[in-house]
Design a binder for this molecule. Structure first.
Ligand code: SF4
Length: 440
């Protein structure tokens, strides 16, 4: 029987052996591409642009010319990233730190399974990449994706939009197993809406939505619902942060107690990051709880260091809309486009500007975001005295306060839910292995 990696806990600051595992480690230059908006489903918290959703069914949004421009701008920016980020002395990416090793395209937001095969092929043909992800509704009709996988090099993933009011976890499980038989990977993605939290107690959610997916090396990505202009800034599905944190903490507690082997992202990833990169392993007690009085002294506040790391993360996760406008695509509880919904215009347009030009120079928009993130963290009554400022800076947490404030008991750090995950090192170890086998 193989030994868990955390057995040497007493001898090292790091609990997990994350060699060749990408859990909590960025090594990808990721581009989200607004490639399709059609969808016949009606999930609560839907991200699909309501204007395009039914007008442009079964037709991709991007012309050949547009795809060619995106591809060539991507390649030149990838080259720039490797020459300018991987070679620095400091930052998240640096000579002696993490490296950007590849780039990927995530095609969103519509149900790509309903696109004709030729359109999927056209996207793959004109956007060559080692890794390709398509958003889709659950389907057992995988022929198009299987053919796509057989005809184009690169790894194919499906991001399965899971609506627990309509979809059954067992059907999603079957879909994932069929995908794997055909060398396609993927994961369900679920939006945390008011409707979901009102109807599903944590126990019901675990029993119906998580338990059936345990034991098949599955991941589940959770995303926070955020109001958007394309949905008329509708607030009805927004979940109060205190309610969300309490619900997630209870869900996490049940999952850990039941020892369900499933990678719940981002919470599991955060749990490992805090244990191994923020020295929390030193405060871990035999019952799995963290003794906060044993936590190491926080590192002295190094604003330049926080800014440098956060900049690297913002620079390597970008969204390109159907008009070729470029925005930052931030990963926190789900991935969010930092656009007009958060008060930011585009970084620029690919027709007339390269991405490296957009992000260079002292006064570019990413620098403005960084100033705003840091200013908020050091002055916010909760964050100013908090040890997790650099962790939350890298997830652009302060910017989410613009859409919904976390001025109750809890905050966007989701610490109570993370603490539940830290109680089961077996499950966390499973997650590290799971991401090792995915190689992405
Ligand atoms: S959002 Fe919460 S966890 Fe993050 S720095 Fe602020 S107070 Fe700390």
């Amino acid at each position: 029987m193989s030994q868990p990696h955390y057995l040497n806990i007493m001898n090292t600051d790091k609990i997990f052996n994350r060699q060749n595992s990408t859990l909590g480690i960025m090594d990808d230059l990721q581009f989200c591409i607004h490639s399709y908006d059609g969808c016949g489903r009606g999930c609560s918290g839907c991200l699909v642009d309501k204007d395009l959703k039914n007008r442009q069914r079964f037709t991709g949004l991007l012309s050949n010319d547009t795809l060619q421009i995106i591809s060539s701008r991507t390649l030149e920016y990838y080259d720039w990233v490797q020459q300018n980020l991987n070679t620095k002395n400091t930052g998240y990416f640096a000579k002696d730190a993490y490296q950007v090793a590849h780039y990927s395209y995530t095609m969103r937001f519509g149900n790509h399974a309903e696109l004709p095969e030729e359109e999927l092929f056209r996207l793959a043909e004109l956007l060559p990449s080692k890794f390709r992800i398509f958003s889709t509704g659950p389907t057992q009709q995988l022929e198009k994706f299987i053919k796509l996988n057989q005809n184009y090099s690169g790894r194919l993933f499906l991001e399965i939009i899971y609506d627990p009011f309509v979809d059954k976890a067992n059907d999603i499980k079957q879909m994932m197993l069929s995908m794997r038989e055909n060398d396609i990977n993927g994961y369900p993605e679920l939006v945390l809406t008011q409707k979901l939290l009102s109807a599903f107690s944590p126990q019901r959610f675990v029993d119906e939505c998580i338990a059936p997916l345990s034991g098949i090396n599955a991941q589940m990505q959770l995303g926070r619902y955020a109001p958007s202009k394309t949905r008329n800034f509708n607030q009805s599905q927004v979940v109060d942060i205190d309610d969300e944190v309490n619900w997630l903490a209870e869900v996490s507690k049940i999952v850990m107690q039941q020892n369900y082997k499933i990678s719940i992202i981002p919470l599991g990833e955060y749990a490992i990051t805090l244990l191994d990169e923020y020295g929390e392993s030193k405060a871990l007690q035999a019952d799995g709880t963290i003794n906060e009085s044993l936590l190491p002294e926080p590192e002295p506040l190094d604003l330049k260091g926080i800014k440098d790391k956060t900049r690297d993360i913002l620079l390597t996760s970008l969204y390109i809309d159907q008009n070729m406008d470029v925005y930052v695509w931030s990963e926190s509880m789900g991935q969010h486009v930092l656009d007009i919904n958060y008060g930011f215009g585009s970084l620029g347009n690919l027709k007339n500007t390269s991405i490296q030009e957009m992000v260079s120079g002292k006064h570019n928009k990413i620098e403005k975001m960084l100033v705003e993130i840091i200013r908020n963290l050091v002055s916010h009554p909760k964050c100013a005295p908090c040890r997790y400022k650099s962790f939350c800076a890298s997830h652009a947490v302060p910017l989410f306060r613009k859409s919904h404030n976390d001025n109750g008991k809890h905050c966007y750090g989701y610490i109570p839910a993370i603490r539940e995950f830290q109680k089961n090192l077996d499950v966390l170890d499973f997650m590290v292995d799971n991401f090792r086998s995915l190689e992405f």
